[in-house]
Design a protein around this ligand. Structure first.
Ligand SMILES: C[S@@+](CC[C@H](N)C(=O)[O-])C[C@H]1O[C@@H](n2cnc3c(N)ncnc32)[C@H](O)[C@@H]1O
Length: 234
């Protein structure tokens, strides 16, 4: 079987094509269902608030598609924004390398904006909604986040793993989150994330502590989030 695969790859390469494994987004696993329900619990909390939905760290698009489902189901016309370099991590810093996971530049590369668009076709989420309300923006955050043209954010999912990436996202986006809006941190204290990627929690604490913001924990999902209380001083 492996030799057949190698032969197919070589033949494709000979005519200028590249073969990639098609990723299956299996949502019917318990962890993915639990993640969706966690998003839904917090999404219900912003029900009365204006503002868009945003994810930094689209990766393979799994959680991004969940957020788009929730926004479509709510049917309030919110826009859904997804940001990722699509070339993987930038260079990790000492804060990240202090953990056991030792992330490397370029990890998570391999997904394209086209793959995310195809994912939305595969999920069969309402095509007119996707066309008009879902935005996928490539680039490193420090360059790309300025492409957000909405007026505010009600629901922000940060799944960016690295210290500098969390810092950039919080510095640029926290001021745009409405009071009572929710910011979800995929890496904070839940599970093994703290020992694996300690730069994430460090960046979140560094940014939030002076603002007096309190991170809360969802005991079911074992993930952490913030309900924004204080508007940031200019
Ligand atoms: C853990 S993955 C996201 C997984 C995704 N939420 C999912 O459900 O498939 C983290 C992503 O953050 C992106 N990322 C991290 N730092 C970044 C930065 N500074 N600029 C742009 N993308 C970044 C990586 O490219 C990677 O795709």
């Amino acid at each position: 079987m492996n030799s057949l695969k190698r032969l197919a790859k070589r033949l494709a390469k000979a005519v200028g094509l590249e073969v990639h494994r098609r990723r299956l987004h299996v949502w019917t696993t318990y962890p993915q269902a639990a993640r969706f329900l966690y998003f839904q619990r917090l999404f219900d909390r912003v029900n009365q608030l204006d503002g868009d939905v945003m994810e930094c760290g689209v990766g393979h698009g799994t959680s991004f598609a969940m957020l788009a489902f929730l926004a479509r189901h709510e049917n309030k016309g919110r826009h859904v924004w997804g940001f990722d370099s699509f070339v993987g991590y930038p260079e990790p810093t000492a804060e990240d390398l202090a953990g056991t996971r030792k992330p490397k530049k370029g990890e998570w590369a391999g997904t394209t904006v086209g793959d995310i668009q195809q994912l939305f076709v595969d999920t069969r989420l309402d095509p007119p909604f996707v066309q008009s309300n879902v935005h996928v923006i490539p680039g490193y955050f420090q360059d790309s986040l300025s492409a957000f043209t909405g007026s505010s954010i009600a629901f922000l999912h940060l799944d960016v793993n690295l210290h500098a990436s969390y810092r950039t996202c919080l510095e640029q986006l926290y001021p745009k989150v409405v009071q009572g809006g929710v910011i979800l941190f995929d890496e904070y204290e839940g599970g093994m994330e703290f020992t694996k990627l300690p730069g994430a929690k460090r960046a979140i604490d560094e940014y939030l502590a002076p603002l007096g913001e309190i991170v809360q924990r969802d005991p079911v999902a074992d993930k952490c989030y913030l309900v924004k209380k204080n508007p940031r001083e200019a």
